[in-house]
Design a protein around this ligand. Structure first.
Ligand SMILES: Cc1cc2nc3c(=O)[nH]c(=O)nc-3n(C[C@H](O)[C@H](O)[C@H](O)COP(=O)(O)OP(=O)(O)OC[C@H]3O[C@@H](n4cnc5c(N)ncnc54)[C@H](O)[C@@H]3O)c2cc1C
Length: 422
């Protein structure tokens, strides 16, 4: 019978941090990962560069979460971004702070983050069992005793025993990385409520058919707003990227949760793009008059080249109804108004969000009301702990999600050690 102090399920950032910390504090710890290698999702984060955390002060940092700030305060006050940066620096991983306070490894390689975490876990004494999938919690007369596993290496079912189990199985997005929602099943088996899971930080599909012509067009410094049933809900400023099915990029990802929630309630959703946010209507009109006057004998498309990326010109012409070959001196004030309105209000009807498998983050998960925020243990079974994205936690892009995984992992690891000494 294989008996440990602590079993950690899941070798992502939350599980690695939990296991390493528990072992560092002297607990006999096993980390069970179903993939043949740990940290699969972590190794593709930040487009392979891993945006580890963000240098914002706590109060501003918490604003990037969706109402989970109060829950996370304890995890962050015991281990926050400065602690995480110091932790990695001490392990030999240098870090750099980029635009918007985003922190990355200096090497720009997410795999280096996985590598130092793995080495730290081994050095701390964690037994890492990969290629081994936890199938269920072993519970006897309401007492948690361990986990049942399927070992993919020898195709055998096995059991591991421990008084304390930490579930760090992630959400359901990017399932090929191993995050397939198993933790929700484990949580439900002890009576936990799961807040319905839905995609967050997800690209959006657009009704209009012209998006495929704009595929890969990246717009910088645009203002993007979400309109639900013709009422403005929220906005973001920055980059937007067209895809063959619709839109993505930082602004869209960060606005997507509002869109998903509105679509789920069967509301109509539009995304409006202000292509000239630095110019108000008057200034833009003055600029258009100047361009048209200076280019009287040139065609409409010639002045559009000074205003728009090339790929957008046919779309602008189609939506404003102004032919690209119309001479500028034939463009009247009605045309000019149409152009000005379109430049400030390029409107796209949203059909749907892409599936949760393509979302960066899973919104929803284990209900935070049933988790003790000071220890991260289940209020329904004190020997069971949760950490990371399996919980109902989701934030914007910018390093917030990984910090949440690391901080909750660390706290769960420390509290689990105290628990197994009781
Ligand atoms: C493409 C992409 C880019 C991202 N970039 C960033 C970024 O730059 N910055 C940022 O802050 N966030 C980023 N995120 C989000 C971040 O990766 C996640 O929030 C974070 O990985 C969650 O950590 P976790 O440990 O809770 O779960 P996961 O990383 O999902 O790890 C869970 C682990 O548990 C294992 N597991 C699941 N079920 C079982 C089972 N039954 N038995 C054994 N093992 C199991 C899985 O195989 C997996 O390895 C990105 C996400 C994606 C998809």
């Amino acid at each position: 019978m294989q008996k440990y102090d602590i079993i950690v399920i899941g070798g992502g950032p939350a599980g690695l941090m939990a296991a390493g910390r528990a072992a560092e504090l002297g607990a006999e710890t096993i980390l069970i990962e179903k993939n043949n290698r740990i940290g699969r999702k972590l190794s593709i984060t930040g487009k392979g560069r891993c945006n580890i955390t963000n240098s914002l002060e706590l109060a501003d940092f918490l604003k990037h979460f969706n109402n989970q700030g109060r829950f996370l305060r304890n995890s962050f006050s015991s281990f926050f971004s400065n602690d995480l940066i110091e932790f990695f620096n001490n392990l030999g991983l240098e870090t750099v702070v980029e635009r918007g306070g985003r922190v990355f490894p200096k090497s720009e390689k997410a795999v280096d983050v996985v590598d130092v975490l793995k080495k730290w876990c081994y050095r701390s004494g964690v037994e890492i069992k990969s290629n081994c999938e936890v199938k269920q919690l072993i519970i006897n007369e309401e007492k948690l005793e361990g986990v049942k596993v399927f070992n993919k290496t020898d195709n055998r079912t096995n059991q591991f025993f421990a008084k304390t189990v930490i579930v760090a199985t992630g959400g359901v997005s990017y399932p090929r990385t191993g995050s397939t929602g198993d933790g929700y099943r484990f949580a439900k088996s002890v009576g936990h409520k799961i807040i319905p899971v839905r995609p967050s930080l997800v690209p959006l599909e657009v009704e209009q058919g012209f998006c495929d012509k704009l595929n890969e067009l990246n717009l910088k410094n645009v203002s993007v707003s979400v309109w639900v049933n013709n009422k403005k809900e929220t906005e973001a400023f920055g980059e937007l990227t067209f895809t063959d099915f619709g839109i993505s990029g930082p602004t869209i990802l960060s606005l997507s949760k509002t869109v998903v929630d509105a679509l789920n309630k069967k509301n109509s959703v539009k995304i409006n793009i202000d292509l000239k946010p630095a110019l108000d209507n008057n200034k833009l009109d003055t600029r258009l008059i100047r361009e048209l006057n200076n280019n009287g004998k040139n065609q409409f498309k010639d002045i559009l080249k000074t205003l728009l990326p090339l790929k957008l010109i046919p779309v602008c012409s189609e939506l404003t109804g102004i032919p690209t070959d119309k001479l500028c001196n034939q463009i009247n004030s009605k045309d000019r108004k149409k152009l000005r309105i379109w430049l400030k209000d390029f409107s796209l009807d949203i059909k749907s969000a892409r599936p949760i498998s393509e979302a960066i983050i899973t919104a929803g998960g284990v209900d935070l009301k049933e988790i003790d925020k000071k220890t991260l243990s289940s209020k329904l079974n004190y020997n069971l702990f949760f950490a990371g994205e399996v919980l109902d936690i989701d934030a914007d892009t910018g390093g917030y999600n990984l910090q949440a995984a690391f901080s909750t992992g660390r706290l769960a690891g420390e509290e689990a050690v105290k628990n197994c000494k009781l």
